[in-house]
Design a protein around this ligand. Sequence first.
Ligand SMILES: [Fe+2]
Length: 238
Amino acid sequence: MIDIHTHILPNLDDGAKDIDAAINLLREAEKQGITSVFATPHILTGLYQPTAKKIVQELNTLQDRLNQEEIDITLIRGAEVGIESEITNEEIMNYTLNGSGKYILIELPFVAHPLNCDEKIFRFQTKGFTPIVAHPERAFSIIKNPDKLKEWKKRGILIQINSKSIMGRYGKMVTNIAIKALKDGLVDFVASDTHNSEWGFDFDVVRTVLEQVVGKPKTDELLGQNAQRLLLSEKINV
Ligand SMILES: [Fe+2]
């Protein structure tokens, strides 16, 4: 299995507090059958703005420790880019998942919905990127208007929901939106959004629930195959 959204790198955002904490989390990920983990620190102007160079440095340090500890997990570079962040095209390229220059993980604000939110997402597309919207089920604007997900899908935007949303960690409303989106076939990836041991990897438990909701083949797609396609720059069904 492959997790495309985590805050596993220490020293960059509100994720793992140090390298030992990251190692403990990844040891648990390995036990759950996760083989690759994308490191996607927040990019939020004025709050967190690690350079791509810094992200790769931290990733290499953590990968070296994983290898020393014989934990069989491959880290993959990425970022979670806040929709309102002020970044240049060149920076966006460097923040794409796997440095692909194509897939970009985008975060919406939880509470306020910027008036030109759609326009901002579409702008990534006109620049040639494929946006993956991170956990839209947690955004107030989507809870109020979940049909927006259908509209985005039609326009070729990919959707990632959090395992913890399915497991009820953010309340009933978020769970309902997540389950409905899964049943409607609107979801492309399920990811952990791991920050710390309280909000860690949970693919073992979510796999059981997903298999009940969407069946095993789709579960395999959501927890690994689509991420594999992303790594190979193959088309992901939309
Ligand atoms: Fe995140």
